[in-house]
Design a protein around this ligand. Structure first.
Ligand SMILES: *Cc1c(COP(=O)(O)O)cnc(C)c1O
Length: 355
């Protein structure tokens, strides 16, 4: 008998969520963002489910090569470009597309040679201040790129810092338009939040990530309200039941103290599985489909749940940590984080099954 914890990945949800993206951005091409092992859902499985997208965006060369070797022929964008000149040989061999965000990367490209041209996404920093050329450097970077013999199409790219928040994108978007005005390059800006909220920014390529996995990019609109379906259910089982008396405490630090006699279930899921240790008493959780709450501190391999209102629950009862009727967004909020972190944190020891 293996530990009962599993991550169920719902293929149909991925397909549905891609359709939601398609309907929200009908004129743009879609790079399905599947970095970080497809936000913890499994790279190749997700790529297969999302093969109707127009391309894939990943972080590392290894991920891109894995996709090519599995037979995916659509454009694959390396979101941070190459990390060394040596990587360019692999890029040209597999015809990958590159984000270009430093002068060094342009220097490397000057020396590269290949019979096929590669498409690049020139990244300008419009206010995120993380990656990209400063507005005043950008025309020169563009001119230098255009001189590189192996460069194919050039798309202008930027990333929004606050597309998911009240302040919106207007400053960055205005600057981007002003920079591109003399050149009229193809454009790529929108992450999930901008895709859903700012259709004016769609341009030629949108780059949805989190929404494809069925989670909301906004704190004030739920995934269900956006028509998104959760792609991952993290499930496990009750492996022990304890009866404790009023006044007794439980778990590390004795953090939770019962104010009346109560039944407690022990669930095979802990922070070593990727469940957030910051989730304190009261984090929502489903036992046999009924919503209850976690109790006390999450330990490495286990956590505790309140079974007071679930007299039928016993060893072997099904537990949903997130997924289905319990949005990962709700669990993330209770743990003081965002769904992205929880999904990406799925531990290797939690196997994925497809449904
Ligand atoms: C991760 C990433 C995205 C996707 O963002 P979501 O918020 O998950 O939609 C888009 N663009 C870039 C450059 C990224 O790194």
């Amino acid at each position: 008998m293996t530990r009962p914890i599993q991550a169920i990945v719902h293929t149909s949800a991925l397909v549905n969520n891609l359709l939601v993206a398609r309907q929200a951005a009908p004129t743009a091409k879609i790079f399905a963002v599947i970095k970080a092992n497809a936000y913890g859902h499994g790279l190749l499985r997700v790529a297969k489910s999302l093969e109707e997208s127009d391309g894939f965006a990943v972080l590392s060369l290894e991920e891109a090569v894995q996709l090519r070797e599995a037979g995916f022929a659509q454009p694959i964008l390396l979101l941070e470009g190459v990390f060394s000149e040596a990587e360019l040989a692999v890029v040209t061999e597999h015809q990958l597309s590159l984000v270009i965000h430093t002068h060094e990367q342009i220097e490397w490209l000057k020396h590269a040679w290949s019979p096929v041209r590669i498409d690049v996404f020139l990244k300008v920093n419009t206010g995120m201040n993380r990656l990209g050329f400063m507005p005043q450097e950008f025309p020169e970077a563009l001119a230098a790129l255009r001189k590189c013999p192996i460069i194919g199409r050039i798309t202008l790219m930027s990333h929004f810092a606050t597309a998911d928040e009240g302040q919106g994108i207007s400053g960055q978007w205005a600057l981007f338009q002003r920079l591109n005005q003399p050149f009229g390059l193809a454009m790529s800006l929108a992450n999930s939040a901008a895709l859903l909220r700012y259709s004016e920014t769609h341009g030629d390529w949108v780059r949805p990530g989190i929404m494809l996995y069925g989670s909301s990019p906004f704190s004030d609109v739920s995934a269900a309200e956006l028509g998104l379906e959760p792609a991952m259910s993290l499930v496990s089982e009750i492996i022990a039941v304890q009866q404790i008396k009023a006044g007794e405490s439980m778990g590390y630090g004795g953090l939770f103290r019962a104010d009346s006699d109560m039944r407690i279930g022990v669930v095979a899921c802990g922070y070593a599985d990727g469940y957030p240790r910051h989730a304190l008493t009261g984090t929502p959780i489903l036992v046999e489909g009924t919503r209850t709450r976690t109790l006390g501190r999450v330990s490495m391999d286990m956590l505790m749940v309140d079974l007071s209102a679930l007299p039928q629950a016993k060893i072997g009862s099904a537990v949903t940590l997130w997924g289905g009727a319990l949005s990962v967004d709700e669990v993330a909020r209770a743990a003081g984080t965002i769904s992205y972190e929880l999904l990406c944190a799925r531990a290797e020891r939690v196997s994925i099954v497809e449904a």
